[in-house]
Write a protein that binds this ligand. Sequence first.
Ligand SMILES: Nc1ncnc2c1ncn2[C@@H]1O[C@H](COP(=O)(O)OP(=O)(O)OP(=O)(O)O)[C@@H](O)[C@H]1O
Ligand SMILES: O=C(O)[C@H](O)[C@@H](O)[C@H](O)[C@H](O)CO
Length: 166
Amino acid sequence: MTHHVVFMGVSGSGKSTVAREVQRLTGWDFAEGDDFHPRANVEKMSAGHPLTDQDRFPWLGSLARWIREHDEAGESSLMSCSALRRTYRDVLRSGADDVAFVHLVGDKGVLLERMGERDHFMPPELLESQLATLEPLHDDEAGLELDVALPPAELAERVVEELGLR
Ligand SMILES: Nc1ncnc2c1ncn2[C@@H]1O[C@H](COP(=O)(O)OP(=O)(O)OP(=O)(O)O)[C@@H](O)[C@H]1O
Ligand SMILES: O=C(O)[C@H](O)[C@@H](O)[C@H](O)[C@H](O)CO
């Protein structure tokens, strides 16, 4: 039985960091969602403009294909992807039967501080639009929510335990 876990949340919430910790524990293949953005999307964000649905849907389609390829090969997988809205998550869920989401939730001040400290194309000014777009997981969506105030290793342990990944 294959499992696919997507680490979701706004920019700076620690999706890549926690996903890599979980990769250490599971050994599963990991895709950094940002690496699948076409150059135009990255340029748009770098220039301080939020993406639109039109920008996001083809990108999400390519991520769903990556999940499907792993599923068809019988491999479980991990992915970091903002997946801010339910309709975006629907695209990712189309990739396999078992796709769960880990929503990393953080205090705005903490997120801004972490975004300010790293070297990354995403300007902290875009956090506001990320938060405005965000739809948290609904009750009928498989997954869990975790507070990013905790250290990455502890968050990863919780993911593995609560989603029963071992
Ligand atoms: N739980 C944590 N505790 C302390 N620092 C953290 C934690 N998680 C992430 N960080 C730090 O916060 C910053 C943002 O983390 P990361 O790049 O993983 O976020 P992200 O959600 O993948 O961001 P983006 O979507 O913008 O690429 C990094 O500098 C990372 O080292
Ligand atoms: O849907 C989006 O708006 C994007 O995926 C962003 O979330 C960024 O790619 C990411 O946060 C990088 O910082």
